[in-house]
Design a protein around this ligand. Sequence first.
Ligand code: PLP
Length: 450
Amino acid sequence: SRSNLAAIDAAHHLHPFADMKKLNADGARIIQRGQGVYIFDSNGKKYLDGFAGLWCVNIGYGRTEIADAAIRQMNELPYYNTFFGTTTTPVTLLSQKVCAHAGPHFNHVFFTNSGSEANDTWFRMARVYWSAIGQPAKKTVIARRNGYHGSTVAGASMGGMKYMHEQGDLPIPGVVHIGQPYWYGEGGDLSPEEFGLKVARELEEKIDELGEDNVAAFIAEPVQGAGGVIIPPSTYWPEIARICKARNILLVCDEVICGFGRLGSWFGYQHFGVEPDLAPIAKGLSSGYLPIGGVLVSDRIADVLINDVGEFNHGFTYSGHPVCAAAALENLRIIEDEQLIERVRDDIGPYFAKVWGGLADHEMVGEAVSIGLMGALQLAADKSTHRRFEKPDAIGSAVRNHALTNGLVLRATADRMLASPPLIISHDQVDEMVRITRLALDAVWADVRA
Ligand code: PLP
């Protein structure tokens, strides 16, 4: 029975990022089925998934074309590897298709199974690149406070989450952090544009402190996701790109969330008009239907890897898994044929901005922002002064739980509510999301004032 499954789960399954004692007492929620933007749990309760799983189910649930493509590939060749000079048809075709959308300076991709592995992969690749061109001291990576780059050792180190660093003695040597362009929380009296410049220039200060000859790369998400959907002021990315170029530091854009349409562009760097040297990808590459990730490698680095390094001693048994690649290829076909990127840019993204942005009139909302189909609400105890709640985690969880009870999945990062629905969401479903969110805000605000 259902409760039996929850009991088995409590007895045997260790969950990532969950309070296990509480989870075992409550029983895990068992998700059984998905269709479009909706998921259904084992009690038959329906939820609008305003988070697309973990920012990844871009084409929505239940697309049988993907299952069909995976089954065809599984029957023909369920597995072969890409080591020692072999490949399979879907993997090679996928490399071509991904590069076709990545811009003229990206012509190569290295496959992994996840975003975390993609980050560990470029971390080594960057050091191999600098060594190969005679600058082996260029090793340190500069990343950002509250960034998220995965749970592997290098990924969690480059991420800037304190609660992750506290477990396992991270970051590893050679990873340092600078600030994030979080204007609402940290901008003070500066305008967003002034603040964007100020935070970008922390990169230059950090390079000066470390010595340019010791720095390999700067990594950031085009829009910081797990850290709170922090949309950078317009001045931020051009200044970051200028500094990386002037100081000969590799620029790495973590496209694991922003890639494949989330911002209304194929990749987030295109939205912001910058050209990174490396770009980890995952999530939307397969819309989460099967695990696959990779690193986009620019010509500057690929040329050195191919012609000078020759052999990069790195790879995974499932680097370029043929079944995952076949699913990813079909996913990209759907994104292309249904013009989902253009839809986000020209239609549903602007509609979401209008309706979600309307939540800014709520007494408890300090800002309601979005970019493409990625949104955040900053909760505030006093919006006129930007005063925050004393227990930000409790207030965010309360809003999330109210929404969940009413059939909407949102995420809370402390006192910021995050949204990231499938790219296929309809106008009516956006209205439904915002209606349930407003109910949750009303309920929690009433509790706070009681
Ligand atoms: N990078 C970013 C920006 C992410 O949001 C994530 C996951 O949420 C990762 C990397 C890690 O990806 P994965 O969980 O597939 O290892």
